[in-house]
Design a protein around this ligand. Sequence first.
Ligand code: T1G
Ligand code: NAD
Length: 693
Amino acid sequence: MTEINSVTTLTREGDVDVITLNSPPVNALSANVRDGLLEGFKAAAASESKAIVLICDGRTFIAGADISEFGAPGKPSASLPDVQNMMENSPKPVIAAIHGTALGGGLEVALCAHYRVAVPSAKLGLPEVALGLLPGAGGTQRLPRVVGVENALEMMTSGRHVPAKEAASLGLVDELVEEGKLKEGALAFANKCVAENKPLVKISENNTKLEAAKGKPEIFADFRKKNARKFRGFDAPEANIKCIEAAVNSASFDEGLAVERKLFMGLMTGSQSAAQRYYFFAERTAAKIPDVPDDTPLREIKKVGVLGAGTMGGGISMNFVNVGIPVTIVELKQDALDRGLATIRKNYERSRGADPAVTEKRMSLLTGSLDMNDFADCDLIIEAVFERMDIKKDVFTKLDAICKPGAILASNTSYLNIDEIASVTKRPQDVIGLHFFSPANVMKLLEVIRGEKTAKDVIATSMKLAKKIGKIAALAGVCPGFIGNRMLSQRQREAQKLIMEGAMPWDVDRVLYDFGFPMGPFAMSDLAGLDIGWVKENSKGETLRDVLCEADRRGQKTGAGYYDYDENRNAKPSEFTENAINAFIAKTGKNPRKISDEEILERCIFPMINEGVKILEEGKAIRASDIDVVWVNGYGWPVYRGGPMFYGDLIGGPAKVLEKMKEFQATMGDDFKPAALLEKLAAEGKKFGDLKG
Ligand code: T1G
Ligand code: NAD
């Protein structure tokens, strides 16, 4: 065995040279790895061997370029194209042996091998679009030459990790080898190449699949049209599409490569990719709790209980049965239980690609009950009953008496004080908030609420469990509304004030929609229903919501709310609402004023950022990036703007936000009172991103 460098070795197995990478955690194409590959292939090319296998140790094949190197000054090192040219032009067959994930630059390297073998559990993809980028090492030109233009469009704009079996059917993998026997399988394949003198397949020279798309611009036009809504606001998807168009329309591979290079650099130097790359690491950092070591022993969660089968209880239960964990769901009354279980079944049956056998399997893991004593053998119980402290305290008192020692008692409360709930139990150390978002089986975010006495192993267990059920967890402290809803209240307040000063609901919604939110606050209210918590008997037309609800304008469900809705639920501005608003303004004796889009945006966003600073100031969030994870995953903040705190730095940092807050405070009062920490950050010339906990 020859040690090429600290992450690369070269060994000879019979007639085959084996280049092995070992650069944890994911063999990313760091400078060291690129150097090792280039020197490894040089040595193998010069040796007596008849074939070369590239394989990786650790949990995965190369998972892409090293994202942490982007934008950072690098040491002189081999370039990826140098490595790739060495591979593709090798006089001996080069076989890439794939396990785990061959992603981004990793797949682009594998596409320069003459052949690829993989174990069935492997996944392959070009997910650069998720980083606001495109495959910048020839992937945009080689992928369509292998899988065809339509498949390349889908793979590169979705960033999907394609299972090896499907990849083989697409021609991306030449042979599936036995699970756990990758090296043996790759060596056998390499020897077969030699024995059968198989051709050295250079993908860059095979234009067959491109020919099929030549002179058919409709392929691209249709694809753009079909995905316009999904790609709205993002720069990267269009750039990916343009590269594939270039692959089809360019006179040569190199000409297409030049288009790829130009578009790649355009994205790489843009703010969207900077935001999405920041966000990649923010999501992974959120899982780390400074005072809860990674090796904290976890409590075993083999059986879960859910109390309340309403809007949230049902969705929460689905997350656990989806990963094979049985759930006992307890309701007050049979009809509520039946309704809850029926909704779960309907959600499964209606989901895309629903498999009846899978639905039955999941439903079989669900046990309905009207008796809380059935929680006695559960390891985790999540309460999702009405949002009233008295009811929460009542059920936690009962859970304390019923549940076994060591069981985790969790509340899905949106706003209430977890410490107060825990105080009615003799085991506050076992109490935690697990705040799911509606629909709970779909929304990725889970706010994990740490109580004053919550034990570290309860926190560690909850954070790891979140990953297991496919959620992105962020830790929050106990305060009204935790991180997300607390900041949301700032935006909602300003939105309501703005429409009482001259802006219309559709103006506010348009500004936030154009900013990148999927929906503005008023359209969102119409979707959720304006009558949540509204009591007809107590309504006296004192607020706009009263007036709308009294007129049976309760939102989409009644065909009217802030907006009027047609039979297809398309919204249009409403004269009724406009008149109602002007009537309210007239009562104040003030005249409505023209409010700029800029003011609408700043008044909705800056108080949120200021509230984020207060949350960090109070230690209710560990770091600024956790706040961004909450907003991107739970509230539709456009990921290409990084999150409220990242965005705050993008538009000028604490100094800029402070300046605007003070400007608004001068005319509109203490709703805009800057946080003390905001003043401090601005004075010290610091960034929100410096609040790293
Ligand atoms: N670069 C640097 N670090 C990376 C990394 C990468 N590409 N991928 C993962 N990590 C780190 C991550 O931060 C974490 O660190 C640890 O590895 C485990 O990751 C030229 C331009 C591979 C599916 O987009 O999707 O190639 O927190 O917790 O859930 O065209 O990581 O432990 O310190 O996510 O098992 C394209 C990104 C790059 C793939 C594994 N590649 N990675 O998931 O573990 S751009 C990607 C992933 C590119 C070229 C272009 C996932 C994973 P820490 P993890 P996981
Ligand atoms: P919901 O009214 O849809 O469902 C509550 C269910 O709890 C009802 O079916 C009710 O019968 C049942 N219930 C009430 N008391 C009970 C008891 N003592 N024992 C057993 N079952 C009982 O409410 P929801 O929207 O699902 O909200 C539940 C909790 O989740 C609340 O704390 C809420 O704040 C929180 N939450 C709601 C949302 C949301 O968007 N709806 C999002 C996050 C969190």
